[in-house]
Design a protein. Structure first.
Length: 278
């Protein structure tokens, strides 16, 4: 019986040992499979989220974006305003010089030195109440065409585009009235300006102006003066706008004279002659 128990114990031990080996073998198998699965999982690429889903705007980004929108809107409004302003001002009196027959001259310093023909002078017409021709017998000026001039961009009185034309400032009185008409033209001793000899005119000299309807007005020179370009000439303009004989209609003739300043492309002096209506 003792031998039988020993056999039973031996059999039981073998069974336990076999179970232990089976457990070890099963554990090793599981670990091996786990090692095989884990690397494969690591190598498998994960799903990538779209870039925009990762972006998280900051407060600084929002401020910059708002600033850019306001900046662009501001300049867009300026551009639109400037376009509308220039379109509205195009053709306004501030920017143009207008001739007596309705032709429009842009303000500027370009001078046309082409002498008009006798036919062009004879066929020149203006409105009936506008000045048409100017004549100064003592200077050899006969039927010089009169055109209207306004203010240039720099607030200077415009001058005719042609060196052979006379300018009547259209913000002054009309010839033949009780006010003072301002007349100017190109002068100086270097070119062919119609008023190049005006500084030689003498008191008592006759000046005639013919209107568009044929009316003729005669003036007599009362005084003349030469002023340096700048403050003195500018200050004299108030005198040029008045009659030398109170209560009488007058004209004031203005032109360039003196030395030629190459840098500023003008003459150093301005000559004025005032004459009263007879």
């Amino acid at each position: 019986m003792q031998e039988t128990n020993s056999k039973k114990d031996s059999k039981k031990s073998k069974t336990l040992l076999l179970n232990a080996k089976n457990k070890v073998s099963a554990k090793s198998k599981i670990e091996k499979e786990a090692k095989t699965i884990i690397p494969n999982k690591e190598k498998k690429p994960g799903l990538k989220l779209p870039i925009f889903s990762k972006f998280r705007p900051k407060a600084s980004h929002i401020i910059i974006a708002v600033f850019l929108v306001v900046f662009l809107a501001f300049f867009a409004r300026v551009a639109i305003w400037e376009h509308n302003y220039l379109a509205a001002m195009e053709g306004s009196e501030r920017d143009i010089v207008t001739s007596g027959d309705g032709e429009v001259y842009e303000g500027g310093d370009e001078v046309d030195t082409t002498q008009p023909t006798e036919t062009q002078i004879a066929e020149y017409t203006v409105a009936p109440d506008m000045p048409r021709y100017l004549t100064i017998p003592s200077l050899g000026i006969r039927n010089a065409r009169i055109v209207q001039v306004g203010l240039k961009d720099n607030n200077e009185m415009g001058t005719p585009r042609s060196a052979y034309d006379i300018g009547w400032y259209n913000q002054s009185s009309l010839p033949g009235t009780s006010g003072t008409a301002l007349i100017n033209a190109h002068g100086g001793n270097l070119g062919n300006g119609i008023f190049r000899n005006l500084p030689g005119i003498q008191p008592g000299a006759e000046i005639r102006i013919e209107m568009g309807d044929g009316r003729l007005y005669t003036y007599r020179v009362v005084d003349t003066v030469t002023k340096p370009l700048g403050d003195e000439a500018n200050n004299y303009m108030s005198t040029a706008f008045t009659s030398p004989v109170p209560g009488k209609g007058s004209i004031s003739l203005i032109t360039c004279t003196g030395d030629w300043w190459q840098a500023s492309q003008t003459y150093s002096q301005r000559f004025f002659a005032r004459a009263v209506l007879e």
